[in-house]
Design a protein around this ligand. Sequence first.
Ligand code: ATP
Length: 807
Amino acid sequence: MKIAILTSGGDSAGMNAVVRAVVKAAILKGCEAWIVREGYEGLVRGNIDATPNAALPAAAEYTEFPPAASDIIKNLRFGDGQLLKDGTGDYASGRTLKGRYIVRVGWDDVRGWFTEGGTLIGTARSKEFRTREGRLSAAHNLIKEGIDALAVCGGDGSLTGADVFRAEWPSLVDDLRTQGKITPEQATKHAHLKIVGMVGSIDNDMSMTDLTIGAPTALHRICEAIDNINSTAASHSRAFVLEVMGRHCGWLALLAGVAGGADFLFIPEKPPSSGPWEDEMCETIHKHREVGKRKTLVIVAEGAHDIDLKPIRAEYVKDILSERLGLDTRVTTLGHTQRGGRPCAMDRILPTLQGMKAVDALLEATPETPSYMIGIQENQVTKVPLMEAVAMTKAVTAAIEARDFEKAMKLRDPEFRESLEGFIATSALSASKKLQVEKRMRIAIMHMGAPAGGMNAATRAAVRYCLGQGHTALAIHNGFRGLLDDDLGELSWLGVDSWMARGGSELGTNRTLPSKDLGAVAAKFQQHSFNALMMIGGFEAFTSLQILEEGRKHYPAFHIPMVHLPATISNNVPITEFSLGSDTSLNALVEACDAIKQSASASRNRVFVVETQGGKCGYIATMGALAVGAVLVYTPEEGMSLDTLKRDVRFLKARYKLDEKGKAEGRLVIRNEVASSVYTTDVITKMFKEEGGSLFDSRSASLGHTLQGGIPSPMDRARAVRLSLKCMAYLERYHEQLMAQPLKSRQAPPESAAVITIQSSSVTWVPVQEMVQQADMVNRRGKTPWWAEMKDLVEALVARPQLGQLH
Ligand code: ATP
């Protein structure tokens, strides 16, 4: 099959990763990979210059390898990819891109594309493609090159265009044949067009997928801006009104509001409801100021409006705040800065997984199957009928236009609604609707293990929720050791205000388990009348929960609901696929590795062995390797042996021999700190150096504690809020059940000691005793890591299996 990929509509970070993945996946599956420049415009214009692609490198160049070693070697340097990077040509200015818009590309043409924002193959909004004439020309151009499968990465407009094209295809082929532009054989051969869509859009406005490609990076940019604004706002006691992108979708504004700890926000799906919204906003902000808050942040989505669809503009919000509250207010419009920049870890990993799946979808497609859109639900890459997703997306816009906001909210995914509830629960300072006294609890909150991004955000959310409901939130400082020293106290709404963006652990954390003195711990539970416990942390928190649950046999004080919210950069808690902090940590790794790779590439042929933390869990090493395009990864699960190292040296040699002279690249090898006690980072660095000879050099770098990350990533913050509030609801539910039992014989059921987990596409509670069965307690990790197969993917994407066979 010949598979072409194009990017269309507004650019977004991660589009390059999609193109890279589709190109590599296509070649791996034995297909030809093609790119179309400038979106549909390139398709319509086609190849004016009939010169074929740069010829295959002469066979002689490969004499060091067995003849016809593999398609990958043959395709390694195919095409003129370098030109793409150099930005040669521009259709808008009339330059002709050497007359070629549809170009065959090879493996190395997409090398290093990960780190670049936007789209290197260009994008455009094509008027001509909206016409049948334009699409006829597009069909002709594809058939001329023999292409019959098209992957499109763009917004809902682009995907609609793709579906229109596919539906029309048979009639376009008929016309071309009748007009004599193609032969009857070509018409038969190209009777059907295969289409797959991937959503590239910073707005996250597509239904049936949790995330669109580029949205996480845009959110990073917004949160960086908020974090910067916060410090100046607090210094001058100012108010800021921040306008963010999102014409029909408030996702960016909402998530930025949650992650940035805003005071008020305006999104298209949920306009301020009752009465004049100006009063509501001023009242809310006035209350925040009254308790001593020195800064105010209001976020306005570009498409925000009131219930009568009258636009709400940032300037107007500013005027209201200045005039009515007398606040020194400034407007910041982020504009295009949100689009650009280095893609965050998620915008490298997801597009890679989605690109791989897209190629599979094309290979499986038949004339009878619908066109699919590749999406994501929690942690599951999904394949859904493209037009269903587009129709649902359009239904949201229609519902908003019809002022049916309830319907608009219903049509958004559950995460969107939960985020809005999370924002309301954690931003408002409302004392109006507290729970009845008998339902109120004294909830103890504790951090355990090493610090991880999002711990403080989760605590802030819990504290604010508790205050809203009338519960007492008791912060235990320094874990169980602190509890034994009575180091605990109540936290205030204002006291946790700036915790969203704080890294580390504000409560203090350590690894002491309750088993140190279980009786004394129980006595403290009783003394402080805890009704519930939330532990935020890694494997220690999980182990502690297990100890406390077992302790229920002897200590009545533990017959209270207890939950564990996983937070650890190692992501080694069993069953759950994500822990708080793992996203922050991956981003820290990506940032460090991008810099290291740049240095490695500057000295050309240098292999950098990068050592990561992670304990006996290879998650961070493996996903990090996927996010930075490392060539090899060593994990504790798989271990290291002389045989693997020999094969890896063979692979590196083969790879460097294939590099064009003077164009050898720096390459990264990621090694978990305990992958092997013998083949240490130092040993393998020396080994690579020795074996590399004149082909490549080797150096090492250790990332150490930098992986804990400074400022938590927006995703970790938003996830922290969502999961923390679910924890609170869980505690409330079991507390109510327990209160129905007589005090003396109160027995908490085993499932009231549980861990909140993310599994595939859903958030699930797992009783701690069930968790234990899935845990490798000796190595402190899960028995079956979901990401194990990602290691194969890392290697597949650098052709390690094929090149490792060569001598
Ligand atoms: P963004 O979310 O960034 O706006 P988008 O993909 O929705 O991205 P559009 O401008 O709507 O952006 O669409 C991009 C291109 O897709 C259009 O310029 C046009 O060429 C093509 N397209 C959109 N809708 C259709 C359609 N109904 N029929 C044919 N082509 C279409």
